[in-house]
Design a protein around this ligand. Structure first.
Ligand code: GRF
Length: 203
């Protein structure tokens, strides 16, 4: 399976994907990593492996549609089977999302549909949640609202703060994202007109 991975920052999920590929655990190749920020630390783990890295700065485009159109053109040069959002901190326009329907996934640090949006760990604590986690979903027009493929769930501990909680969730994200990409590579999960399919069953 050919992947293009989009990042904005740290890139720890990207790194987990690359390490799983290096270890022969994931039947995929990362064809390119694209960032909207030139200073994204995560770009290093791609360039270390001689993977193409590209930067597309929103300041160079008049509006979201123009940016997303350029981004789409760049992604499609690599003809990926799957576009992986890994901490890509931009909202994507409907035209972009439709173009990649069923081929665009995101990881979000909450138990969706709980806590869409930013700052999920602090909000989980403030809301007194006893469980928290992360979700991988197909991306649709609705922000953090597409069909959930899989989740990891973990208890919120009495002395957790936003940082400790984030750290524990992040470790699980890395395993979760690799697992879901593996399922997609094996053709076990897909998004069809009638919804999410898993091992031949419509969920
Ligand atoms: C992760 O928490 C992910 O769930 C969210 O953005 C963060 C990206 O972290 N979408 P990293 O750049 O992969 O380390």
């Amino acid at each position: 399976l050919k992947l293009v991975v989009l990042i904005s920052g740290r890139g720890s999920n990207l790194k987990a994907i690359l390490e799983a590929i290096d270890a022969g655990e994931l039947p995929a190749v990362v064809s390119a990593v694209i960032s909207n920020r030139v200073d994204a630390p995560g770009l290093a783990c791609a360039s270390e492996r001689a993977i193409d890295t590209l930067v597309l700065d929103a300041a160079d485009y008049p509006d979201r549609e123009a940016y997303d159109h350029a981004l789409q053109g760049m992604i499609d040069l690599f003809k990926p089977g799957l576009v992986v959002l890994a901490g890509f901190m931009r909202i994507l326009s409907p035209a972009f999302v439709h173009h990649y329907s069923g081929r665009l996934i995101n990881i979000h640090p909450s138990l969706l549909p709980e806590l869409r949006g930013l700052d999920t760990h602090r909000r989980a604590l403030e809301a007194g949640h006893t469980e928290h986690g992360a979700s991988v979903h197909f991306v649709t027009e609705e922000l953090d609202g597409g069909p959930v493929i899989a989740q990891v769930r973990l208890p919120v501990l009495p002395d957790d703060n936003a940082d400790t909680l984030e750290q524990r969730v992040l470790e699980q994200e890395h395993r979760l994202y690799v697992t879901v990409i593996q399922w997609i590579a094996e053709g076990r999960v897909s998004l069809e007109d009638d919804g999410l399919h898993f091992d031949g069953e419509v969920l």
